[in-house]
Design a protein around this ligand. Structure first.
Ligand code: SF4
Ligand code: SF4
Length: 344
């Protein structure tokens, strides 16, 4: 069902959801925006440009207990299965979540991620304010017509089109059922928002067709750009930590004072960090900064597309903003590889 509501009705509905279940939503944080626990609808900012961290932090938390153990053989797995809702996910961040779903479902199913994910209700919203470095328009993620439970779009005139597509969405949308159905005019206005966003969300212009990225990278493995740019890299890992499609983690055992009880937890990791590829015995598969720097672009533009059929950069632009050395812009790197190719 697709409804049309005014701002007051939208807020009434959001407050009802907050009263029922664990709710997160985008809120102002100083000059920036952040996904936080939402206590009242009036705090929800659907007009934000981009959040500091993507909403993946609720689906794959920065630190997550996997199991508790006592002694050598007794353990109990820990799962988070409390339902929750996230309000205000931009289409590019939604696409990143859909990619994480595909990755965690593939081959060795990740039950910790998947059980939590099955309890999440994702309420997306179309972009109202263009952020400083977004290029989702080049990555096919400026808008999505499916993949969400509910999508909210502010249309010309100030009303909101609310598209409720799944059972999970319907389960939290009781009070919207009596709202007016969106008519043809409202749907055309939504289409206009989508078309505009496809054109607007291009602060950087990717010259490479997405389907050609894997071959371009294949040919550019020895390109000097990796060494040149990596010389300025601090190996801080900020580009990894803010990225909605980075999901790598490290697993650690925290053992109690009695040396019997403890927990096994996973924490976010990042391929730009010096110790990322270090294994037992101190061997490091990517000791050189340039190898780590290059690996990230191959991961996004070649390895993951070959695995899940999608480019694993959704064009949010967060890495560009987060990198103090100003070397993390994927568009600059991919365009530079293309220039070199065209020169030959
Ligand atoms: S690589 Fe950069 S622009 Fe692409 S999804 Fe990650 S943070 Fe966003
Ligand atoms: S944010 Fe920039 S400096 Fe830091 S690891 Fe990434 S590329 Fe290197």
């Amino acid at each position: 069902m697709i409804k049309i509501v005014g701002k007051d009705a939208l807020e009434t509905w959001v407050d009802e959801v907050i009263a029922r279940m664990r709710t997160y939503g985008v809120q102002a944080k100083g000059d920036h925006f952040s996904f936080e626990s939402l206590r009242r609808a009036a705090d929800l900012r659907l007009d934000y440009d981009v959040t500091i961290l993507p909403p993946k932090k609720y689906l794959q938390p920065p630190r997550e207990t996997l199991l508790r153990f006592s002694g050598a053989v007794e353990y109990e797995s820990v799962f988070d299965e409390d339902p929750f809702v996230i309000f205000g996910i931009h289409p590019y961040d939604l696409e990143a979540i859909l990619q994480m779903d595909a990755i965690f479902e593939k081959d060795q199913r990740d039950e910790h991620y998947l059980r939590r994910r099955s309890k999440a209700v994702l309420v997306a919203c179309d972009v109202e304010t263009v952020s400083e470095n977004v290029f989702a328009g080049c990555m096919g993620t400026a808008y999505l017509e499916s993949g969400f439970d509910i999508l909210i779009t502010k249309i010309d005139g100030g009303d909101y089109v609310v598209d409720i597509q799944t059972d999970a969405g319907r389960s939290i949308a009781d009070s919207l059922k009596s709202a007016k159905d969106a008519n043809k005019k409202a749907l055309a206005a939504r289409r206009e928002v989508w078309n505009k966003n496809k054109a607007r969300l291009r602060r950087h212009k990717l010259e490479v067709p997405l389907e050609e990225l894997p071959a371009l990278l294949e040919a550019g493995y020895e390109h000097p750009i990796w060494e040149e740019r990596a010389q300025r890299c601090y190996s801080c890992g900020s580009c990894n930590l803010v990225c909605p499609t980075c999901y790598c983690f490290d697993v650690r055992d925290d053992v109690g004072w009695d040396l019997k009880h403890g927990v096994r937890a996973r924490v976010w990791d990042g391929c730009l960090l010096a110790g990322f590829a270090e294994v037992a015995g101190g061997h490091n598969f990517r000791r050189n900064r340039a190898d780590r720097y290059r690996h990230r672009y191959y991961r996004k533009g070649k390895y993951l597309p070959e695995m899940i059929g999608k480019t694993a950069c959704v064009g949010c632009g967060r890495c560009i903003t987060a990198c103090t050395a100003k070397i993390a812009n994927p568009v600059e790197v991919y365009n530079a590889l293309l220039e070199e190719k065209d020169d030959h």
